[in-house]
Design a protein around this ligand. Structure first.
Ligand SMILES: Cc1cc2nc3c(=O)[nH]c(=O)nc-3n(C[C@H](O)[C@H](O)[C@H](O)COP(=O)(O)OP(=O)(O)OC[C@H]3O[C@@H](n4cnc5c(N)ncnc54)[C@H](O)[C@@H]3O)c2cc1C
Length: 311
């Protein structure tokens, strides 16, 4: 049986592990983190990712899809909450839906045998041999495989070790992803949404705020603002309030009562080929990190895994 070693146990790595097992590979996943813990925030999975995961195994997503998480209409608003436009989201054969990254990661991990996931294994270097690749990890371990797939994210160490271009472009805006629980019998109305499947985005000058439901009372929101608008000396914790405190309800309340909020200064990389060198392939953010404006980074990593396994 051919052996595949996957570097990185994020969305791309675990999906690749499942997809390669389905086509007959023996798979080992090597992940830097000491545990696959609840990190990240909410995200949107669009139809390209839903179809791709269903193609691998329809049971992966089945327990996670529900009507109140589907993404069917985008309500576009101004800062006062007035509707600018209603945009139907393409949903012919399937709709996208909102999900917490940790939920998706756990759902994927259930389809990979526990003994195949090696935590606390930080990739350090590789040696390409005529018929295999030898991998070395910072903990002193090594492993040999017929195929290596690097899914180690935007700062990929494997990409660097292959001598591929690593320069990132600063996109001059920041994104915050937050989670807030609300106690409201009619949480959709409280959020200014009309139907199951509605999400909203509100727009100001250089700023944007989006609201999605992750199930009853569990709200995922995101905010974006151009870095040039940040007052220079404002403490990080006050930046969101500065931008959004006068926006329509319930935006200030969602920020104020957030359980968590993660800020990312957005970077990406001009897409350059190759994505394969000898017996090593790179995918997901390691190959093509993309601005979160598209909501497509994880979706594309999932598509990559399906295409790689088909190849
Ligand atoms: C603000 C924001 C919002 C986003 N929203 C969305 C969205 O709505 N929809 C969407 O599809 N995408 C979204 N994305 C993008 C998405 O999060 C990423 O594109 C996706 O997680 C990429 O998956 P990946 O598996 O390639 O990399 P990652 O998720 O980064 O996983 C890489 C894994 O490799 C491990 N690793 C790193 N280095 C090593 C090493 N040396 N050795 C071993 N392991 C290593 C890491 O610990 C990690 O587990 C968003 C991104 C941001 C920043």
């Amino acid at each position: 049986m051919k052996r595949a070693a996957i570097i990185g146990g994020g969305i791309g790595g675990l999906t690749t592990a499942i997809a390669l097992r389905k086509v007959g590979f023996q798979v080992d996943v090597y992940e830097r983190a000491p545990e696959l813990k609840e990190v990240g925030s909410g995200m949107s999975l669009w139809p390209n990712a839903v179809r791709s995961l269903d193609q691998i195994d329809p049971n992966i997503l089945r327990p996670l899809t529900s009507r109140d998480r589907s993404l069917r209409r985008l309500l576009m608003k101004d800062t006062a909450g007035e509707r600018i436009k209603t945009l139907p989201l393409p949903a012919e054969d399937c709709s996208g839906f909102s999900i917490h990254r940790a939920e998706l990661q756990s759902a994927l991990a259930r389809f990979v045998p526990t003994h195949s996931i090696h935590l606390d294994h930080t990739f350090s270097r590789l040696e390409q041999r005529p018929k295999s690749v030898l991998l070395h990890f910072e903990n002193g371990a090594s492993a040999e495989a017929d195929l290596v797939v690097a899914c180690d994210g935007i700062h990929s160490a494997v990409r660097k070790s292959l001598g591929l271009q690593t320069k990132l472009t600063n996109r001059a805006y920041s994104v915050w992803r937050g989670m807030t629980h609300i106690n409201s019998e009619n949480d959709a109305r409280h959020l200014g949404l009309e139907n199951d499947g509605d999400i909203s985005e509100s727009y100001g000058h250089g700023c944007r705020f989006g609201i999605l439901r992750l199930g009853p009372g569990r709200i995922h929101w995101y905010a974006a603002a151009n870095n040039s608008l940040r007052p220079p000396d404002l403490p990080e914790g006050e930046v969101l309030h500065k931008f959004f405190s006068t926006w329509h309800a319930p935006i200030p309340e969602l920020i104020e009562n957030a359980d968590s909020a993660i800020c990312t200064k957005v970077q990406d990389r001009r897409v350059t080929l190759p994505w394969v060198a000898g017996r090593v392939a790179i995918l997901g953010d390691a190959a093509h990190p993309i601005s979160p404006n598209f909501g497509q980074g994880a979706c594309l990593a999932i598509e990559d895994a399906v295409v790689l396994a088909a190849c």
